[in-house]
Design a protein around this ligand. Structure first.
Ligand SMILES: [Zn+2]
Length: 413
């Protein structure tokens, strides 16, 4: 039995309490009042239900051709370092998991990860749904990898086969990207209207085919208004936002950092950034999801899009609290509860009621933060195999002290 007590934050309440986790089942057995007996000294810290990251690129597949960037063992270490207790991995691998056999083959490799990995299956011009119940990802236009569509008609004709499924969309309209391809900067080549146009189409597909939709790494204020209207009329859609779109904007780009801060969709204006922060805090945006994209420093210098974030997930959450008025309940909602709700229907046996709530019957996976201990982001401390972070040189206001996976304690230092 693991017993921890202190300040506890669920999405719906904050309280002082004690948690007992069975090290046999890995599930929370009891939550009650404090008694003064704790296996860890958590004075001045906050205990959250384990954080989840619904958008990562772990890079490993049976081909192993991208394992120099990251693999399940290293992504798991980076997740634990960042307080992340479960992740969902994207399908744009060289051997993309687009059918039952390839999905099962990739799933075997996830055994190397200590944190639970939910796998998305890919949707491409030639694919069909798997026989198993899994979440899907559709890249609407070209990004990193080969799974993408060249026209809305082509995407819609495939989507008719995925009626009722859970589908996550990368919203960038291929026609707009094509029109803008000769513009001067990466940001201008992937303009806001590419995302807004694709959002309208994704919302239409979600409604028309009864999908449970999720919009990935959202970046534009203009699109948020369309999502708010869709949610108000009952469309089943949720939204992710990534740390880079909340922390950085175009006004912060310099000659020196511009290649390092290149990603798809790109950084936007300051008004987009502030609108995204408010939307996450107020509930229009549902998840803090990193789009962890571990390219090596050499690849970044050559203009590869994507940035790694798993090591800094928990420390970044403390920045949202210190700088943007997020309460501990807000953090529990966007990092723990909503992410737990998303993966619940796809979890194998052994996770009880799933992730995201500190209550008996849920997975005994916890994230513990110290809001008062600043986190200096240094390259040598990172666990991601790609070995760098967009936050190097910054000090985040707090840090992860412990990550607990089904009752097993991983101290951060
Ligand atoms: Zn991604």
């Amino acid at each position: 039995m693991l017993r921890v007590e202190g300040r506890i934050a669920n999405h719906d309440r904050e309280f002082e309490g004690a948690i007992e986790i069975s090290t046999e089942t890995g599930l929370i057995e009891h939550v009650g009042p404090r008694t003064g007996k704790s296996d860890l000294n958590l004075d001045g810290q906050i205990i959250f239900p384990g954080f989840g990251d619904l958008h990562i690129h772990a890079r490993e597949d049976a081909s192993q051709t991208q394992a120099y960037q990251e693999e399940f063992a290293t992504v798991s270490a980076a997740a634990i370092h960042g307080g992340v207790t479960h992740v969902a991995d994207m399908p744009n691998n060289p051997i993309a998991p687009v059918d039952d056999a390839r999905y099962a083959e990739k799933e075997k490799l996830t055994a190397k990860s200590a944190v639970h990995v939910t796998l998305y299956a890919g949707i491409g011009p030639e694919t069909r749904p798997l026989t198993r119940h899994v979440p899907y990802k559709a890249f609407m236009g070209p990004s990193v990898g080969d799974l993408f569509f060249t026209s809305p008609e082509q995407l819609e004709s495939v989507m008719t086969k995925y009626r009722g499924k859970s589908v996550s969309f990368h919203c960038e309209d291929p026609a707009t990207l094509k029109e803008s391809k000769d513009a001067a900067t990466h940001e201008q080549r992937r303009p806001a209207r590419a995302e807004i146009t694709a959002t309208e189409f994704a919302l239409t597909l979600i409604e028309r085919y009864g999908l449970t939709g999720k919009l990935c790494h959202y970046s534009t204020k203009g699109g948020l208004e369309k999502i708010a209207a869709a949610k108000a009329r009952g469309v089943r859609v949720t939204v992710e936002v990534a740390p880079h779109h909340l922390f950085f904007d175009e006004t912060m780009l310099t000659e020196k950092n511009r290649l390092w801060l290149q990603m798809n969709p790109p950084l936007r204006g300051i008004e987009d950034r502030l609108a995204l922060i408010a939307a996450l805090r107020e509930g229009l945006v549902d998840y803090l999801a990193t789009d962890h994209a571990p390219h090596t420093p050499e690849e970044k210098r050559r203009g590869r899009s994507g940035v790694p974030h798993l090591d800094t997930y928990g420390a970044f959450a403390t920045w949202l609290m210190a700088e943007h008025g997020f309460t501990a309940r807000d953090i529990a909602r966007v990092c723990s509860y909503n992410t737990g709700c998303f993966v619940k229907e796809f979890l194998p046996a052994g996770f009880g009621k799933g992730f995201g709530v500190i209550e008996p019957g849920y997975a005994g996976s916890l994230t513990i933060l110290n809001l008062e201990a600043p986190f200096v982001v240094r390259r040598e401390d990172l666990k991601t195999k790609c070995g760098w972070s967009p936050f190097e040189g910054y000090v985040l206001p707090g840090r992860v002290t412990y990550t607990i996976l089904k009752g097993k304690v991983y101290p951060a230092n």
